[in-house]
Design a protein around this ligand. Structure first.
Ligand code: DHB
Ligand code: FE
Length: 285
């Protein structure tokens, strides 16, 4: 049976890609952020996940405002990146696992989620930057990309994204192949890229979100989308991806690492590692 080993939440700011290309990890601006990753690398080296399910939002590379699915899941054996115009190099493609994707799509649709299934899908910085941060040698595992609309209102609620994650988690735990699976939520934390509040960051709310993510994620479902926009900024709603990641951790969850640094570009940069124990036992119960 497949086993969900844990989840990682991380920021996906595009300029991180530039810093990696230019080898700036130890420059004073970047060091406090990149210093958050060796513990993630050690955790990955210990757990050796075969597949990563990546909850993120597309920023216009694959879906644009004319056609925006609320939830879309890739069902391909390869996911290409393309030039998004941020001045970062185009990454090599990520491998997929179409069989696992279809299993997740079947189960989530069966659970009442109307999934857009994508046999071709481009993945943008919201997938590529986290992969580069977590696997700096480029040896990332196969991925299943799950795109959540955090861009065009109306957005799915905190509760709905958490429930989507739970449905994905149940699908993963019932997958018959012996795979070790990790889940990733990308984006956030608080940030706003334009308008009167450009540059807005809310450390108190970010701290509360990270505290509750491990201990009591359901408490976060009381925030409406307008409240999240107000408290975390217009793009801080990317935290929806973290809610889905957390929902997929269906076992006993413990935080094993956290880093928080303000700012990277316009964003409160955060990293968290959540371990997931005893999935099979919990599911049998
Ligand atoms: C930035 C943050 C994002 O989440 C993103 O998708 C693009 C840019 C930023 O802070 O620059
Ligand atoms: Fe983003």
């Amino acid at each position: 049976m497949a086993r969900i080993v844990g989840g990682v939440g991380t920021t996906h700011v595009p300029s991180i890609g530039k810093a990696i290309t230019e080898g700036k990890q130890t420059d004073s601006y970047w060091k406090p952020f990149f210093d958050g990753f060796p513990p993630v690398h050690r955790w990955i080296a210990r757990e050796k996940p075969d597949v990563a399910v990546v909850f993120s939002n597309d920023h216009g590379l694959n879906f644009f405002l004319d056609k925006m699915p609320t939830f879309a899941i890739g069902a391909a054996n390869e996911y290409r990146n393309e030039d998004e115009g941020w001045g970062i190099p185009v990454s090599h493609a990520a491998k997929g696992n179409a069989a696992l994707s279809w299993h997740i799509i079947n189960d989530t649709v069966n659970d009442g989620f109307d999934i857009t299934m994508c046999q071709e899908m481009l993945v943008d910085h919201a997938v590529m930057i986290p992969l580069q941060l977590m696997w700096p040698m480029g040896d990332w595992p196969a991925i299943v990309p799950v795109a959540i609309n955090t861009v065009q209102h109306p957005l799915p609620s905190m509760a709905r994204c958490y429930e989507l994650g739970r449905s994905v988690g149940r699908a993963l735990a019932s997958y018959p192949e012996d795979l070790k699976i990790m889940v990733i939520g990308t984006g956030g934390l608080s940030h706003q890229l334009d308008g009167k509040r450009a540059g807005f960051i809310n450390k108190d709310f970010d701290t509360l979100c990270m505290d509750q993510l491990a201990a009591d994620p359901e408490s976060l479902t009381r925030y409406s989308i307008p409240e999240v926009v107000e408290l975390a900024g217009a793009q801080g709603v990317e935290f929806l991806n973290w809610m889905a990641m957390r929902g997929a951790l269906t076992g006993q969850v413990t935080q094993v690492h956290r880093n928080y640094h303000i700012p990277i570009s316009n964003t409160a940069a955060a990293t968290i590692v959540l371990e997931n124990a005893g999935t099979a036992a919990r599911h049998a119960a």
